[in-house]
Design a protein. Structure first.
Length: 66
């Protein structure tokens, strides 16, 4: 029983280490994806603003041509 208990304890430590490594990897992945989302959201907002400016300029140019 002692040998089996020792073996199970070693396996438990090994699995705990694997779990912690997986948690760290998932945390890193989550951080990366969150940063990507923030960057793309900011880029999209800038593009939306630029589209609005261009639409306003186009409308002003149309009015000038009338």
């Amino acid at each position: 029983y002692q040998q089996q208990g020792d073996r199970l304890q070693v396996e438990n430590f090994k699995l705990s280490d694997e779990l912690e490594a997986s948690k760290l990897n998932l945390r890193d992945i989550n951080e990366f994806l969150t940063n990507e989302l923030k960057a793309r959201t900011a880029a999209n907002a800038a593009l939306d603003e630029r589209v609005a400016q261009m639409a306003a300029q186009l409308e002003a140019a149309r009015k000038d041509c009338e």
